[in-house]
Design a protein around this ligand. Structure first.
Ligand code: SF4
Length: 491
């Protein structure tokens, strides 16, 4: 059962991207809240396709929960599942996988997690990664805590259980002050919907209004759009909001830090129809492409995106350079789930099963291919071969992010450092390895300019987390250092 569910929801041909690991959503003040949460999670499905869960509360019967492997549309559109989740208060979670359990997810690892405390129950859903989870888990187990899952997020429930505070929000503050790393959290009690972002605000969380009485918390604004909610504002870094009886109170549980939002959300993770920092993600990606065209021009006949994630940047590159834009590569949207158990022969066809070159456009042309990132480089190589096979005269890669040379420890699935192409090769070596006529990445300064920092990156106080490019981690990854991970040497 479990194996089948995973096969259905994992794209076996797409192992060359960083993957956001979770999306979170919560609503209060609406009848049949589970329906709203299911829709919100469906809009956030790009942030995790492996599994999902919803918890609701309804006064007559208490808390209800459903956790399932697979896509939201395959589980939470079924009437019997939704009927089993009554109430006007609900939270939900979609996941790819969390630290410590990659490839071995069991239903007990699927969020939201639930805890029964003396003052009543509470459920939480977490997006991010706790970088001191191993140490916390050892400490908590040593004191008698019994963990149910392999998820780092469960530490929060156990820390809350040990707090001596009298209310769930106060216990949550106590717990989150012990936690290091990146987290956006939505949580609920019998009467409250709670949202929290870590002090650096690494992962996103937004607040929305549903009609005149309902409220929503979501990882991205696209999840507000799908339920017809109005965007109110972003939850600020280090802020906790508690929503009860249509009233919002704001708390500041953490020592104030300079915000370090994940810059890769702008490049790739968030949906292009979401907005971040008051600007549409699509516009930002297009600006990244324009900046790339200024930094790395090349004579060519066509600008083509590597679909779908390279599309807005390719449009920006084409507009800035004046070189015609064309859909030179077409993506088969359904490929990932067509072959549930791919045979070796089909696997060997690799990226061709998902992407196909538009030969009539490409033949004899000097082509600029724009992609969002290069991680292992395996897909980039295959795409180059397909474009050359189709008769392209030249292939130039332009990448809408700087070289990804360091792993992310803040809730994004990244290969180990030695598997990252940019960790072991210079730009010239990568160009030769990929076998393209030229290869250029946007500079870190250029990326900062494109996301709205006119002066580029301030090396003394960067405005974003950019650790996967710079190797400068805003929060030291304590568990990884204990396991031997070597931080970048001070310059
Ligand atoms: S390391 Fe990279 S992917 Fe991870 S939070 Fe920082 S910018 Fe985002």
């Amino acid at each position: 059962m479990t194996v089948r569910a995973r096969a259905l929801t994992t794209d076996p041909f797409d192992d060359d991207k960083l993957r956001e690991e979770c999306g979170i959503f919560g609503v209060t003040g609406v009848a049949d809240a589970a329906n709203f949460v299911a829709l919100g999670l469906h809009a956030l499905q790009h942030r995790g396709q492996e599994a999902g869960g919803i918890v609701t509360y309804e006064p007559a019967e208490g808390f209800h929960s459903a956790r399932r492997f697979g896509l939201v549309r395959d589980n939470f559109t079924k009437q019997d599942v939704i009927d089993s989740l009554p109430g006007a208060l609900a939270i939900g979670h979609v996941r790819y996988s969390t630290a410590g359990s990659k490839g071995h997810t069991q239903i007990r690892d699927v969020q939201p997690f639930f805890g029964e405390f003396s003052m009543g129950g509470s459920a939480i859903a977490h997006n991010g990664n706790i970088t001191n989870a191993d140490a916390l888990r050892r400490e908590l187990i040593g004191m008698g805590s019994i963990f149910q899952s392999s998820s780092d997020s469960e530490c929060i429930i156990h820390l809350m259980a040990r707090s001596l505070q009298k209310t769930v929000p106060e216990r949550m503050k106590d717990a989150l002050r012990r936690v290091e790393g990146a987290f956006s959290v939505v949580a609920m009690t019998r009467t409250k919907l709670i949202g929290v972002r870590d002090a650096f605000g690494v992962r996103p969380l937004v607040l929305g209004r549903i009609g005149e009485e309902g409220w929503a918390l979501a990882s991205e604004t696209c999840a507000l759009d799908i339920i017809g909610a109005d965007f109110v504002r972003e939850i600020e870094p280090g802020e906790m909001v508690v929503i009860e009886n249509d009233e919002i109170t704001t708390h500041r549980p953490f020592e104030q830090k300079k915000a370090r939002f994940c810059i890769f959300e702008h490049v790739y993770f968030s949906r292009p129809d979401s907005s971040l920092g008051g600007r549409s993600v699509y516009e930002t990606r297009s600006a990244i492409g324009a900046e790339l065209a200024k930094e790395a021009p090349v004579e060519a006949d066509l600008v083509c995106p590597v679909p779908d994630s390279g599309t807005p940047a390719a449009i920006g590159y084409a507009q800035e350079s004046g070189i015609p834009y064309a859909m030179g590569i077409i993506r088969n949207q359904y490929m990932g789930r067509t072959f549930i158990e791919p045979t070796e022969q089909i696997r060997n066809m690799g990226v061709r099963l998902k992407l196909n070159v538009n030969r009539a456009l490409i033949k004899g042309k000097r082509v600029i291919l724009v992609d969002d990132s290069v991680v292992r480089g395996t897909t980039s190589r295959k795409i180059k071969e397909m474009v050359l096979d189709a008769g392209a005269a030249e292939v130039h890669f332009r990448i809408a992010s700087p070289p990804t040379a360091w792993p992310c420890f803040y809730g994004v699935d990244t290969p180990q450092r030695e598997k990252l192409l940019a960790a072991t090769m210079s730009e010239e070596e990568m160009r030769d390895h990929l076998g393209v006529d030229s290869l250029k990445f946007i500079s870190l300064d250029g990326l900062y300019r494109a996301v709205g920092e006119a002066k580029g990156r301030d090396p003394k106080a960067p405005a974003y987390c950019d650790a996967c490019f710079s190797g400068e981690y805003p929060v030291a990854p304590a568990d990884q250092i204990e396991k031997g991970f070597a931080l970048k040497a001070a310059e």
